[in-house]
Design a protein around this ligand. Structure first.
Ligand SMILES: Cc1ncc(COP(=O)(O)O)c(C=O)c1O
Length: 421
């Protein structure tokens, strides 16, 4: 029996036209899917009638300016984990106060930017407190990222809590961090927790108790709490969707208890990356060959882990479909890219185990879709093997706009300085 795959987000005729017009490999994003996710999060309501006061996009998942602009217009705030992301968010039209810098260290360039514009800051390590306080015109209000002592994600590499994670201020060190902030003239106005990426409801809600305890430490100056991101998406056709209703219910409960404790209103924030952008994007690639090596038959496509590294890095699953062949009989194939690297295979499990995928037999020239590639796809792309970064296209109101040009070879070499000429 043919394995079901998720439906393609856009009609085949359109995808074929894009491949012709823009070439492959090509990232294609659907604005309607993106905005549907944003609306879902902004509109989520618990039984107390309240929801997330702010949804803040973790742009690391996909920092394309066009997506940032769409989310900004839709009322979604943004976070930044580097100077580059501060610059991007500003360039997408965000005002400094709508952008929160969130990291475990300040590099010197970031400190200079925090001194020049009133960005919000979420502090992930105690040493950052003095460093921020020493910048004359930087914000004097901070939020603290708490490491609650445990983490969880779709892979151990993306767990961001517990002692094996570098992230956040260790929960037991919070009282001393709060005193340290105050000694340096900083007011702690917010608390934040983010235990990992692609987690599940059970683990994502475990950190509620840690935030309640942390709120008791901070006391009267607290104005907001952030539940972080980490919300999973269904990468497989038969996977259940995340229960957003239970999530909002749980976090509104946490917020209500903290409000009861402190006798004041507290804003509740959510900070998703993947949940907003994963499903709006696909990676389109062309079949360039087929071959059998021993017991495995390979489909060779022109996209590789320089475009989408999640399978090679985490053993992550992306549904794969072949345009125009959904109803043909399926056979097991490994789908591999052009890189001179054995790990350049999209059909692998954790530790690199080959996982043959049931697919229709493609022909050379067929178009293959890697589904749900909008998050941590283009964002993690590289120039490995001197491959060019792919073009990116956004479809909005049935119109396609190139939102990233395919990189050129001139651009690839431009920053390199020769010793001999
Ligand atoms: C601080 C912070 N917030 C939010 C996110 C977004 O995570 P996700 O894309 O899983 O929602 C991340 C990514 O790990 C993060 O480090």
């Amino acid at each position: 029996m043919n394995q079901p795959t998720k439906a393609r987000i856009l009609p085949d005729e359109l995808l074929r036209e894009f491949a012709q017009r823009f070439g492959t490999p090509l990232y294609v994003y659907d604005a309607a899917t993106l905005l549907a996710r944003a609306t879902e999060l902004l509109d989520a309501r618990a039984s107390d009638g309240r929801g997330f006061d702010f949804v803040r996009y973790a742009q690391k998942a996909n920092p394309n300016l066009a997506l940032l602009e769409l989310l900004r217009e839709h009322g979604v705030l943004v976070d930044a984990v580097s100077s580059g992301e501060l610059v991007r968010a500003r360039s997408a039209g965000y005002a400094p106060h709508q952008i929160q810098f969130c990291a475990d260290l300040f590099d010197r360039d970031t400190l200079a930017r925090l001194g020049a514009e009133p960005f919000a800051v979420n502090v992930g390590s105690p040493d950052m407190l003095e460093q921020l306080a020493a910048v004359p015109s930087a914000t004097r209000e901070v939020t603290l990222r708490v490491n609650p002592g445990f983490g969880h994600g779709h892979d151990a590499k993306v767990s961001t809590g517990g002692s094996t994670s570098k992230h956040g201020i260790w929960h037991e060190a919070l009282p001393s961090a709060v005193l340290r902030a105050r000694r340096h003239g900083l007011e702690v106005v917010g608390l934040h927790v983010h235990i990992g990426s692609g987690s599940d409801l059970e683990n994502l809600t475990r950190s509620g108790a840690a935030l309640e305890a942390a709120a008791r430490v901070v006391g009267a100056s607290l104005e907001s709490i952030s539940a972080g991101g980490g919300l999973p998406v269904p990468y497989r056709a038969n996977e259940a969707r995340f229960d957003l209703q239970k999530h909002v219910e749980f976090w509104c409960g946490v917020r209500a208890r903290i409000e009861g404790q402190l006798q004041r209103r507290i804003d509740l924030e959510l900070e998703p990356g993947r949940y907003l952008v994963a499903e709006c994007g696909l990676l389109l690639s062309e079949v360039r060959g087929l071959k059998r090596n021993g017991e495995h038959e390979y489909v060779l496509v022109d996209a590789g882990f320089h475009n989408l590294v999640r399978p090679a890095m985490y053993g992550a699953w992306h549904d794969i479909s072949v345009l125009g062949r959904d109803n043909e009989p399926h056979e097991p194939f490994l789908v591999a890219g052009p890189l001179c690297e054995s790990a350049d295979v999209f059909t692998q499990g954790k530790g690199g185990a080959p996982l043959p995928r049931e697919l229709p037999r493609p022909r050379i020239g067929d178009l293959v879709c890697l589904h749900d590639a909008g998050a941590y796809g283009a964002a993690m792309a590289s120039n490995y093997n001197s491959q060019l970064l792919a073009a990116e296209v956004l479809v909005e109101h049935s119109e396609a706009r190139l939102v990233r040009q395919r990189q050129s070879f001139e651009h690839l070499l431009e920053a390199e300085l020769r010793c001999r000429r």
